[in-house]
Design a protein around this ligand. Structure first.
Ligand SMILES: Cc1cc2nc3c(=O)[nH]c(=O)nc-3n(C[C@H](O)[C@H](O)[C@H](O)COP(=O)(O)O)c2cc1C
Length: 199
């Protein structure tokens, strides 16, 4: 039986661009599976730590993506200590997994952070006004304060950070009816190194 491969399997460039199309779409589309990747950092004790974040921006020309976090969170401190970062994306309908490795830069008091904050919805901003900070132990379940009124949303700005990830490597995997295919990409000095690898 013959099988028509999808067009994005034509070559390594098409596979990469298709993966990047999915990420681009996922920034705006809250229901897209790639809207909420898993981000992994290196814990202060050297152990891997993973959690879900919202993908806020993706720039395929610069090979950079952005997410937001609270400066009081563990992940912020972990990235401050060691900027190496990995992200996993999976779109079950497209049958595509993207594993990204790169380096993070933290933006608190600069134009990157200001622009990201300005573009954020009031509801998203409110989360950054929580007291005490995320991860702190509390004596009872509800022993924290989170403003509910949108007029208070600016209170969180002092705790807000934009994290920019510069992508160094992408591991692309397609689990298809005709068998699996896998490609690896490395981005450095404006060059893209690409190769097929065994899935
Ligand atoms: C759907 C979803 C989206 C989330 N988005 C973010 C986010 O964009 N930024 C963030 O810091 N945490 C986000 N979180 C919470 C993190 O997964 C995590 O629980 C929290 O940030 C604490 O992580 P840390 O202690 O490792 O820093 C999200 C969680 C879920 C379930």
């Amino acid at each position: 039986m013959t099988y028509d491969f999808p067009p994005f399997l034509a070559d390594l460039d098409a596979a990469r661009e298709h993966g990047f199309d999915l990420m681009t779409k996922a920034v705006r589309l809250r229901t897209a599976p790639m809207h909420t990747p898993v981000v992994s950092t290196i814990g202060s004790d050297g152990r891997p730590r993973a959690r879900v974040v919202v993908l806020r921006a993706f720039d395929r020309e610069q090979q950079q993506l952005r997410f937001h976090t609270d400066i009081r969170s563990d992940k912020f401190h972990e990235l401050d200590r060691d900027p190496r970062i990995a992200l996993s994306f999976y779109d079950a309908q497209e049958k595509i997994q993207l594993r990204i490795e790169g380096r993070a830069t933290l933006h608190q008091n600069d134009a990157v952070a200001d622009n990201a904050w300005s573009a954020s919805q009031p509801m998203s901003k409110l989360c950054y006004a929580v007291e005490p900070g995320p991860g702190r132990e509390i004596s009872a379940r509800d022993d924290f304060a989170l403003p509910r009124d949108r007029s208070e949303s600016e209170m969180g700005r002092a705790h807000f950070a934009a994290v920019i990830v510069t992508i160094e490597e992408v591991d692309w995997l397609w689990l298809g009816a005709a068998g699996n295919r896998r490609a690896a990409y490395r981005f450095a000095n404006g060059q893209i190194e690409a190769r097929w690898v065994v899935p």
